[in-house]
Design a binder for this molecule. Structure first.
Ligand code: PXL
Length: 295
């Protein structure tokens, strides 16, 4: 059940890149969090003229040198964020800056930490990523309340070769518990091949079993849907929803956006038609509120 907050909008420090076209990272994170009633506070890790999936010849600016001053200013303002949400890093050295941000905010309060270990998809690293990034992402995952790798990223975190074959329930459970062994409170894997198709799966620390949300397979995959998923999940959990219900909500949001975009036949690399999906994400929250009032 969704909690409604009566106070000011919760703030989320969002550590992702800004990509000019293609609808991923901050161009997804900012509108989704805002549409869910949260204040996104971006800390950009890089600026790119487009994302790296399906475009070539991008202009790329790594912001590693700029980030310490940005964080120092935030420290001077004595800010306290309700949540910290990290995604694409431009290089391995940025993990130390992110860990410093986490440590400072843990001194300031009790931030809810979501780490989306963005590294690759469909068994391949994104073109700007290196294998060494997995080691750095593991360090961030250890500090998280929730991690949201896709199947490729889960394998990278675990130091395993990619395997797309459908998994038995026991194999899914073993993979989720191996991710929990890295240190997060909750582990979630998106696009997991299971016996009857694809599912998002999650497990809480200390639980013997896992929870699964299967979804119908659509004949297309858009870039940025991992960012849409993790943003809706973050928004829902900061609003007080539990892991399973937040995962269901995020799965619904991605499924609808992909289905509606596919029907329009737009260019795949341009991503989902997010602008047409934001009202559905809000309506989904409103439907819960109506239930809440009636009950
Ligand atoms: O959606 C993940 C992502 C984030 N940022 C950049 C990317 C990608 C995926 O391709 O290229 C720059």
């Amino acid at each position: 059940m969704t909690q409604r907050f009566s106070g000011p909008a919760p703030s989320v420090a969002a550590v992702h890149d800004l990509s000019g076209v293609g609808r991923c990272a901050l161009t997804v994170v900012i509108p989704v969090l805002a549409a869910m009633g949260l204040q996104p506070c971006p800390l950009p890790t890089a600026v790119l003229s487009s994302h790296t999936g399906g475009y070539t010849g991008m202009a790329v600016k790594d912001l590693t040198d700029f980030m310490p001053g940005y964080i120092a200013h935030w420290k001077s303002l004595d800010l306290k964020f309700d949540a910290l949400y990290t995604g694409y890093l431009a290089c391995e050295a940025q993990s130390d800056l992110v860990l410093d941000l986490f440590a400072w905010q843990k001194r300031q309060g009790k931030p809810f930490i979501v780490v989306d270990p963005v590294m690759g998809d469909e068994g391949e690293l994104y073109s700007t990523m290196t294998m060494a990034m997995a080691r750095e992402m593991r360090r961030l995952c250890a500090m998280a309340d929730v991690i949201t790798p896709n199947l490729t990223e889960a394998h990278l975190l675990l130091g395993e070769d990619y395997r797309s074959a459908p998994r038995s329930p026991a194999q899914v459970r073993d993979m989720l518990s191996a991710l929990l062994d890295l240190g997060p409170e909750n582990a979630l894997i998106t696009s997991m091949p299971v016996e009857n198709g694809l599912a998002n799966v999650c497990m809480r620390r200390g639980d013997a079993g896992y929870y699964q949300c299967a979804y119908p397979m659509l004949p297309v995959q858009y870039p940025g849907t991992g960012d849409l998923f993790a943003s809706v999940l973050t928004g829902a959990m900061v609003r007080g929803e539990d892991l399973q219900s937040a995962m269901d909500r995020a799965s619904r949001a991605v499924y609808r956006a992909v289905k509606d975009t596919y029907a329009l036949g737009t260019e795949i690399r341009a991503g989902v038609q997010l602008e047409l999906s934001l009202n559905a994400i809000w309506d989904d929250l409103e439907e819960d509120r109506v239930k809440f009032i009636v009950v």
